[in-house]
Design a protein around this ligand. Structure first.
Ligand SMILES: Nc1ncnc2c1ncn2[C@@H]1O[C@H](COP(=O)(O)OP(=O)(O)OP(=O)(O)O)[C@@H](O)[C@H]1O
Ligand SMILES: [Mg+2]
Length: 244
């Protein structure tokens, strides 16, 4: 849906009017270079994520996509600005409360899978549910169902070192889904997968969005996959520009 005004075209996302699940306000992030110079990676970023939003973030390597996702998930601290999840400001929370909020409300798929090496695929997927307090039998059952959805039924007992790169990524996706989060932040979730598997994995994410209204924020280099989302932002020179 779009509305024409006198001097600007306002594009309303399909989820317009839905509750806001995440909001970034004037978010900036700088890093200190070895020489002492300041690297301004993100400059005054504003982003509103509503329930059911499907958002892709594209941008060149080094443009700050992972940095932005880490800030949105409360995994890193901005130089300035705020991130709200469900109206709660992440930075103002105690670490323990921030972790609980992240565990219950967000699913995170990292650029590098971050599976725990000493646990099996099934245990890794069940872990966030166990941390939340779901009884072990139920948590393992949920892990089974999710691993089946990503085509990993025959690898439940494999530890990360005994999985292929793509299988590790699929296990990480299943893990991000286990607590039925309201928003999944995914950093190149299909980066190491062949085209067919990447599409299959993407379908799993889209199905989750459709079934549960889970919002998706997906960083990807793959424009064909980005086009499957309703909203596309490009990160350039520290600014987030709406492309779709
Ligand atoms: N801890 C840090 N200290 C200094 N510079 C950093 C730090 N973390 C990231 N950077 C720099 O910030 C920039 C953005 O990094 P980021 O990982 O967010 O990029 P990206 O867009 O995710 O790239 P890619 O597509 O390669 O994953 C890079 O130039 C990187 O060198
Ligand atoms: Mg990155």
């Amino acid at each position: 849906m779009s509305t024409q005004t006198a001097n600007a075209q306002i594009i309303l996302p399909t989820s317009h009017g839905q509750p806001i699940v995440m909001e970034a306000v004037n978010l900036s992030k700088s890093f200190q270079e070895g020489s002492g110079a300041e690297l301004n990676i993100l400059k005054n970023i504003n982003l509103t994520v509503r329930m059911g939003d499907k958002i892709a973030i594209v941008g060149a390597s080094g443009s700050g996509k992972s940095t932005l996702l880490h800030l949105l998930g409360g995994l890193d601290t901005p130089t300035a600005g705020q991130v709200f999840i469900d109206d709660k400001e992440m930075l103002r929370m105690k670490e323990v409360d921030r972790c609980r909020l992240r565990n219950r409300k967000l699913g995170f798929i990292y650029q590098f899978h971050h599976l725990l090496p000493e646990f099996t695929a099934q245990e890794n997927v069940a872990m966030p549910a166990l941390i939340k307090g779901v009884p072990p039998y139920q948590a393992m059952k949920k892990a089974d169902v999710l691993l089946e959805k990503v085509g990993m039924t025959r690898r439940l007992d494999h530890k990360p070192a005994e999985l292929s790169g793509g299988e590790r990524q699929r296990a990480a996706i299943a893990r991000a889904m286990v607590n039925e989060p309201q928003c999944i932040c995914a950093d190149e979730p299909t980066g190491n997968l062949d085209k067919a598997t990447a599409e299959q994995v993407f379908r799993v994410l889209l199905r989750l969005n459709q079934e549960f209204g889970t919002s998706l924020i997906v960083v990807t280099h793959d424009m064909a996959l980005a086009e499957k989302m309703d909203i596309i932002y490009a990160l350039e020179e520290g600014h987030l520009e709406r492309r779709k």
